[in-house]
Write a protein that binds this ligand. Structure first.
Ligand SMILES: *Cc1c(COP(=O)(O)O)cnc(C)c1O
Length: 228
């Protein structure tokens, strides 16, 4: 488990250096440790090394692990596809959701967020890929959806999230993230508070930070390759 401690320190260093290179505040980025397919023991090791934000992609898997870690003040982020029959446990157990991409899901999360909990922090997931079944709202739909989400009392719209399509030329990743940043800036200009950007993973987080990311989601670099 000492590996996790070293890996985390290394990732934090790299985030800090990327922020310095971009002339940004050294604490302008939140690191979400993506713990999907990792054990509760590995998560606890990262927690002991000072990590507080963790991301899970599968509701079923998270529901099995969260009770084992109940005593730790972890801030949980849901970063996977949301099926509408799984919104309740997400609304109940997570502090952040990065993957809201349609109104129906937002309405359910809003309705199911427990009243004793603070509003659920939400990123709206954007897709630039028009292939059917692809997660994320199309760019043209984002403004209306953001406005609707901003009006829901149990949700707090924080910003935009996107994942570059697999196989995107590495030379084009900066432009991809720049486009998301510009979309967020446009929304803020139109009066929709939507200033954060969830962008960047193990393979590209330094580029994302150069383009204004405020939240990176990193799994492999911290925990090693996922089994299977
Ligand atoms: C798995 C996953 C990550 C982490 O990917 P790594 O390449 O392991 O850092 C980040 N974001 C999302 C949405 C994921 O599903």
């Amino acid at each position: 488990m000492t590996d996790i401690t070293y890996h985390l320190a290394d990732v934090r260093d790299r985030i800090r250096n990327a922020l310095i290179d971009a002339h940004r505040d050294v604490d302008a980025v939140t690191l979400v440790a993506v713990s999907k397919q990792q054990t509760a023991i590995a998560i606890e090791a990262a927690f002991r090394a000072g990590q507080r934000h963790f991301g899970e992609s599968y509701a079923q898997e998270a529901l099995a692990k969260l009770p084992l870690l109940r005593d730790l003040p972890i801030e949980w982020h849901f970063i996977g596809r949301i099926q509408s029959n799984k919104t309740r446990p997400i609304a109940e157990h997570f502090a952040w959701v990065h993957t809201v991409d349609r109104l129906r899901i937002a309405l359910r999360l809003n309705e199911q967020r427990p009243h004793h909990a603070p509003p659920l922090n939400v990123f709206l997931q954007v897709s630039y890929d028009t292939a059917p079944g692809r997660a994320g709202a199309g760019e043209a739909a984002v403004a209306a959806l953001a406005r609707q989400i901003a009006g829901l009392p149990r949700l707090r719209l924080r910003g935009l999230m996107s994942i570059p399509p697999a196989g995107l030329d590495p030379a084009d990743i900066g432009a991809f993230y720049r486009r998301l940043h510009a979309l967020g800036t446009g929304l803020s200009r139109d009066g929709i508070a939507c200033t954060e950007l969830s962008m960047g993973m193990s393979g590209d987080f330094e580029i994302a930070i150069a383009e204004g990311s405020t939240c990176v989601r990193i799994g492999t670099l911290i925990f090693g390759p996922r089994p299977g």
